[in-house]
Design a protein around this ligand. Structure first.
Ligand code: ADP
Ligand code: ASP
Ligand code: MG
Length: 422
């Protein structure tokens, strides 16, 4: 069981969480619980790091930001104990959650948990702070924002759990963010592949890495709400959204539990920025000169367009980078201006990426043209396009994000019927 920040925000909510956990144990399960910091806490801690030192050392940043989860893990164990349950906390270094690669965005290499497993077998509830791990050299690490989802999947894989229930503030995965489109509807199931793509283009209900790990390890995930009364449908009856393999999805469709749609979901991302380099020489090596310094600085480039060469053997190159990396990217490119040989650098943070995702696209034509027509009918201009086998993304003006998501939701026939929406 994993509980997110909103579910853990304050002792009163932690008591509700403890009740859900206790009921799951009473239903005959051994339970390990992964918790997030209280909502807003990690942002507050990140703010302190920035104030202390704008160019902070990521290893010390990890020491600071991992503390939010330590507090909630201890509090949940205390609350469970107050209800007469046996419970104890297991910090990242105690399990241990072994991680590799960079601080602040470490990857889980594995969890060895013989002591925790023995404790579970003695009927003790294990409470694990999410988001944190330990590096090869024994230092504290964190898994990137939203990383408690990944902690939960890694723990589930390590103890070979029957299921990994991700409790959050919505009751499942919807066709799009239900806070933006009231007519979004809840999906009974989503395939790993689609969820991976949706998460990576902005559906933050699950951290992208958690879905990748679950797919690799075959962990069954259910996304469900922690904000339900005592009379709610029990988790074992699967009231939420299941993240499943293709085969399991086929079975659900055959049984009539799921309908196959061309488009499964729509996501948006306002965290990217656009960079345009004008009049780049149109010759071999020119784009390599642009992207090599960015790669060396670990700046992820997403959409890329190179326009058709102009008459004088020159071309404009447009691409996107995370907004947080824009200043660094711009400085690097200005530094390399002579090597690259561009004329001007133009940047814009007021853009958004809207993506439609669905495995149905593999075998059906016309998904892209529906998108382009629906947007143009509402006067929304497309600045860039990128595609994968099961996804189409467009870049638009940030102010048009909500409108675009709503329009596309209707265009692909995803709006919930009136009765269903009630
Ligand atoms: P937690 O703190 O529990 O980890 P998050 O805020 O990380 O919760 O994720 C839950 C949020 O994800 C929801 O409140 C919702 O606004 C957002 N969200 C975005 N896209 C979707 C979607 N397709 N389905 C459900 N929720 C979504
Ligand atoms: N508390 C961390 C964050 O806000 C991890 C998480 O909640 O998943 O990013
Ligand atoms: Mg989250």
């Amino acid at each position: 069981m994993k509980f997110g920040g909103t579910s853990m925000a304050g002792t009163e909510r932690i008591r509700r969480v403890a009740n859900i956990v206790r009921r799951q144990q009473a239903a005959g399960h051994e339970v390990a619980v992964v918790v997030s910091a209280m909502a807003g806490e990690t942002d507050r801690l990140v703010g302190f790091c920035r104030e202390a030192n704008a160019l902070y050392d990521p290893a010390e940043y990890d020491v600071v930001v991992a503390s939010g989860e330590q507090v909630t893990a201890g509090l949940l164990a205390l609350t469970l104990q107050s209800m007469g349950c046996k419970a104890r906390s297991w910090l990242g270094w105690q399990l241990p959650v072994r991680t590799v690669e960079a601080h602040a965005k470490a990857r889980v290499a594995g969890i060895d948990a013989p002591e925790m497993i023995a404790s579970l077998e003695r009927g003790e509830i294990a409470v694990i702070p999410g988001f944190q791990g330990i590096s090869d050299d024994g230092r504290l690490t964190t898994l990137g924002r939203g990383g408690s989802d990944t902690s939960a999947v890694a723990v589930a894989a390590a103890i070979k759990a029957d299921r990994c229930d991700i409790y959050t503030d919505v009751d499942g995965v919807y066709t799009t963010d239900p806070r933006i489109v009231a007519k979004a509807h809840k999906l009974k199931a989503v395939t790993y592949e689609e969820m991976l793509e949706l998460a990576s283009v902005g559906a933050k209900v699950l951290q992208t890495r958690s879905v990748g790990l679950a797919m690799k390890e075959g962990v069954r995930i259910q996304v469900l709400s922690s904000f339900l009364g005592d009379d709610a449908i029990p988790a074992d009856e699967l009231p939420g959204t299941l993240i499943v393999s293709d085969e399991e999805m086929d079975q659900l469709v055959e049984k009539g539990d799921m309908e196959r749609q061309l488009v499964t979901g729509i996501a948006h991302d306002k965290n990217e920025a656009k960079v345009i380099l004008t009049r780049v020489p149109d010759r071999p090596g020119a784009v390599a000169n642009i992207f090599e310094p960015l790669a060396a600085a670990s700046i992820n480039v997403d959409m890329i367009i190179q326009n058709v060469g102009r008459d004088k053997g020159e071309t404009d190159v447009t691409f996107t980078v995370p907004q947080a990396d824009l200043a660094r990217a711009q400085a690097l490119l200005e530094d390399k201006r002579d090597v690259i040989g561009y004329n001007r650098i133009i940047t814009d943070s007021k853009i958004a990426k809207i993506s439609v995702v669905g495995v149905g696209m593999k075998s059906h034509a016309g998904v892209a043209s529906t998108m382009f027509r629906a947007l143009s009918d509402r006067g929304i201009n497309i600045q860039a396009i990128s595609t994968s086998e099961i996804k189409i993304s467009v870049m638009i003006d940030e102010d048009e994000t909500e409108l675009a998501v709503r329009v596309l939701h209707t265009a692909y026939g995803l709006d919930a019927s009136e009765e269903a929406a009630e």
